[in-house]
Ligand binder design. Structure first.
Ligand SMILES: Cc1ncc(COP(=O)(O)O)c(C=O)c1O
Length: 286
């Protein structure tokens, strides 16, 4: 079965899906996107993702082309039309096809593109060893809360990690932790989970929110605030979170071990809670 995608109301094989070159997504990166994990064909935190999509669309002044019920139906159909019980749904909305001009076009239909890909969650061995990260100055714009498809700064920052044999780049703006190039970042200091605030300097991660919820519900001490680079470098544990990577410990940062260089006790507690939560979602009606 070939990968089936959705483009502007039609389901079709990916190699038959084409977008005109004047699409503003192609010309300007003028659009927003979402990525939703699907476990055992159960969509994870759909409502939260659709709320964030609405916030992103509001942020770029683009009318949502679908109601939440329509999005849910499209996502469920895409899941049904693709192989594999664990998938992730990428979908984006652009300002549509128009003569090239920065000004918003009038009466142009947005472009809606959706695809499903196989989801492979991090294996246990990776949670044990953890991953490496490097640091960089966060040189992105000040609306990082919008999940914009224009990702060139994130692409360049993430490539920095790859160039150094690492997985993620941890970003600091004015000496303060913001997030990763493609993830949110948490630290642990003396058993307390440290998280940056949800402001314009970071994407409000759906996984980030779940980690905060799980910490609050299970009595794990949590501090939300602006954390300096030196405090992050001295942390006992660092984690990255995202919809496709879930929660991963960072055990090497800029070539130095984080804490004792192994995944930490608070990580394992949170990992267990996250997996329990996932299992509950998978048991609920699809
Ligand atoms: C820049 C950035 N921050 C944070 C996240 C994590 O968000 P979520 O947990 O919703 O996947 C992502 C995910 O792709 C991201 O690209």
């Amino acid at each position: 079965m070939s990968q089936i995608v959705h483009l502007n109301g039609k389901f079709l094989p990916i190699d038959q899906a084409f977008v005109p070159v004047l699409d503003r997504g192609f010309i300007f990166g003028d659009g927003v996107y979402e990525v939703i994990p699907v476990y055992s064909r159960h969509v994870f935190r759909l409502e939260e993702h659709l709320t964030r999509l609405q916030n992103s669309l509001d942020g770029i002044r683009l009318v949502n082309p679908h109601t939440n019920a329509e999005w849910a139906a499209l996502i469920n159909e895409l899941i049904a039309r693709n192989e594999g019980d664990d998938q992730y749904i990428y979908f984006h909305v652009t300002r549509g096809v128009a003569k090239r001009d920065h000004a918003f076009p009038k009466d142009t239909a947005p472009t809606v593109f959706m695809m499903s890909s196989p989801l492979t969650t991090p294996p246990r061995e990776l949670c044990e060893t953890g991953v490496s990260a490097v640091s960089a100055i966060d040189n992105r714009w000040d609306r990082c809360d919008i999940k914009a498809i224009a990702l060139l700064p994130n692409v360049l920052l993430r490539q920095l990690a790859i160039d150094h044999g690492a997985v993620e780049t941890i970003l600091f703006r004015d000496g303060v932790l913001t997030e990763g190039a493609a993830s949110n970042i948490f630290a642990v200091e003396n058993g307390v989970v440290l998280a940056p605030p949800k402001d314009h300097c970071m994407l409000p991660g759906i996984t980030y929110d779940l980690v905060l919820e799980l910490a609050a519900a299970n009595g794990i001490p949590l501090e939300i605030g602006k954390f300096t680079e030196s405090r992050i470098r001295a942390a006992d544990e660092l984690w990255l979170t995202s919809s496709t990577k879930e929660i991963l410990p960072i055990t090497r940062f800029d070539g130095h071990p984080v804490g004792n260089g192994r995944s930490g006790a608070v990580f394992w507690k949170m990992h267990g809670l996250y997996q329990e939560y996932k299992a509950k979602v998978m048991r609920s009606p699809a």
